[in-house]
Design a protein around this ligand. Sequence first.
Ligand code: HAM
Length: 416
Amino acid sequence: MMNIPKGTKDVLPSDSYKWQYVENAAREVAQLFHLKEIRTPTFEHTELFHRGVGDTTDVVTKEMYTFKDKGDRSITLKPEGTAGAARSFIENGMGNGVLPAKMFYITPAFRYERPQAGRLREFHQFGVEIFGAKGAQTDAEAILIADALLKKLGLKVKLYINSIGCPTCRAEYNKALKAFFAPHLENLCYDCKTRYEKNPLRLLDCKEEDCQKVNANAPLMLDYLCEDCKTHFEDLKKCLQLANVEYEINPRIVRGLDYYTRTVFEFVSTSIGAQGTVCGGGRYDGLIEQLGGNPTPAVGFAAGLERLLMVMEQSGVNAPEAPKPTVYLAGMDDECRKKAFAIACALRGSGVFAEIDHMDRSVKAQFKYADKIGAKYVAVIGGNELAEGVMNVKNMANGESEKVSFDGAVAYFSNN
Ligand code: HAM
């Protein structure tokens, strides 16, 4: 038997309505905030993620699905959506067009992680990227988009914000971090020794217990912000207050990707345990330039669809079920079935949700099946009905029956 690869999941036909509900909600919220959809390839040149996401991140060093294609090019399945959107922004000259460029995507993403509840190797993100606007009000807007989706889905989550400064103040902070970690180097994991040399901020993101113990007393970026970054953070807080969005400052959020500057934020649910972060994002003013474009400020976030669905389930929020057939047409014998088939064609042609027998079932068994799939009406065609040009229509909710002519079927079911 063939099995599904580890860390991946099927969305079965019986469950896909939940996904469609979340995706539709995301699309509706996106429209409300004037975001247009961008679709970028599932794979990109590996270098994009090395330069974009960062060489010292876990995502790039350990988790990427990278392979050589038949032309000997190094290709990587996208581990996230921001780098591809940024590449496309530059490549398509969007910076010369109308700014800000506000966009969203719903995309699969791939990370070679240890699978567990809420952590998969193929997962899906609803992401938002806003290019060209530098003010904290746009950071607030990104947060508000995520907040609007979470509220629309009826989910209770906590918003944490932080600022990780700009390259200027970060340089000072990195010095402080190095000074702090120097006496502890012996106790840190192998990876952290490299992080110490290359990118001290990454030390704060280590998952190892021993490293986390040391991290607990590390200096905080918030105490090292330059005046401009401080003002930006204050402005963000003001905007969130104006929008009536509750938040908590968590000075320990540094995010797992290298491109962030200033604002970072996460929405966390307490109901799904360890993988409680349903949404994360922030400002990334250096990324476009880093990838070869003109300096362009940007901010965005991504929410994991699997995690949103998990929180929905755990908090008892049900997606509305998929629509049920308006009518099931049952035929007594072959000739009647052909008539049922022809009427079903006419009904569907007029936009009526109709179903027929595909399994050569008896009329009794067809009734049972119609009931199971939740058909609102069952229309039976037997020999007598065929001769009279009518069908016997039963309303499954109240059990009442009436005769409806073949010619009147479209009008009858269009109005019922
Ligand atoms: P991220 O925090 O790496 O950020 O991922 C965003 C969200 O994707 C997470 O909060 C989580 O819900 C979901 N997620 C991440 N990894 C997995 C996984 N292995 N299994 C299931 N869900 C997962 C980014 O990807 C950034 N690109 C967000 C962003 C956009 N920042 C600015 N613009």
